[in-house]
Design a protein around this ligand. Structure first.
Ligand code: MG
Length: 302
């Protein structure tokens, strides 16, 4: 069902990256024609990936066996996705201005849509910690216009990073000094949280996670260029695979740029690891969904 494959193009800056990329790697385009592809998430049961086409208000599904289909539309202009500890789909919804969960019977329930009575801006991306808490970013991209949601004023007047306990609904601010917080991901041992800022700073910051629930020692982790870091994932060694304008850039946990996976089209939004071996990187790149098989495995479970 793959549409076309071309030889993958890598830029190698470090021998550690050369070891991650097979000599004969192919980058495969699975689907194209979207307005803005975002938020891929992988389901090992069924070996498929879901992702958003935000302006078209649709979640799409791809598998090698069944190709591309519509998973849900309308979907509340979903952006980033993740899965909870039970494997249920979690979605950041621009339209609903909420984080939602899709139950096993397909019903969609709201987990958080306000902070102290004020509507969230438009949740963008999220990560689940091993204690079940959901950490998400809340920039204004879904309320700036009607293109990726519904134009509206911000009720919060700021863009926070939140921590949500889905069992109790308790929602707390864990970072309040971002312009437009966007991508978010834990290190494999959850000692570090990475959050990108696609506003004025345009970088990725790293924080120490204290007591499993507080952030400390915020520092700049990476200045991604060209473009900005919209979303990213960690491999099992803690390397960070982040979007950039020209593809995926790979950073070591020590902030070293190890190499780049260049995509055939610019403006990459996000990526996630998938495949039975967790070594297939799905890439949402502007109008298309790609994948490339690497010698690196994603840390995220399920
Ligand atoms: Mg994003």
């Amino acid at each position: 069902m793959t549409t076309d494959a071309t030889e993958a193009v890598f830029e190698v800056y470090d021998e550690r990256f050369r070891a991650m990329v097979p000599d004969d790697a192919q980058i495969v385009r699975h689907h194209t024609g979207m307005d803005w592809a975002e938020g891929p998430v992988y389901f090992a049961e069924g070996d498929y990936v879901l992702w958003s086409d935000i302006p078209n208000d649709v979640i799409l599904r791809y598998s090698d066996a069944e190709g591309v289909s519509v998973f849900r539309s309308p979907c509340g202009y979903t952006n980033g996705h993740y899965r909870d500890l039970e494997g249920r789909l979690l979605s950041c919804e621009h339209g609903g201005r909420r984080v939602s969960r899709t139950e096993s019977d397909g019903t969609v329930v709201s987990l958080a849509d306000n902070y102290e009575g004020k509507k969230l801006n438009s949740p963008n991306d999220l990560a689940v910690k091993s204690d079940g808490s959901i950490w998400f970013t809340d920039p204004p991209y879904g309320i700036l216009s009607d293109r990726q949601g519904h134009k509206a004023e911000s009720e919060l007047g700021a863009c926070y990073v939140f921590r949500l306990e889905p069992e109790t609904g308790a929602l707390e601010i864990v970072a309040d000094d971002f312009d437009r917080p966007n991508g978010i991901c834990f290190s494999p041992d959850e000692s570090v949280l990475y959050v990108s800022d696609t506003g004025e700073p345009g970088h990725i910051r790293a924080f120490d996670v204290e007591d499993g629930r507080r952030l400390a020692n915020g520092r700049v982790f990476a200045e991604v260029s060209p473009g900005k870091s919209d979303g990213f994932r960690a491999d099992t060694d803690g390397n960070i695979f982040t979007s950039a304008r020209d593809g995926i850039h790979v950073y070591s946990p020590q902030s070293e740029l190890l190499g780049k996976i260049l995509t055939p089209e610019n403006a990459v939004a996000n990526c996630c690891f998938g495949g039975p071996e967790r070594n297939r990187l799905y890439i949402a790149a502007d109008k298309s969904l790609y994948s490339v098989v690497l010698n690196a495995k994603g840390a995220q479970r399920p």
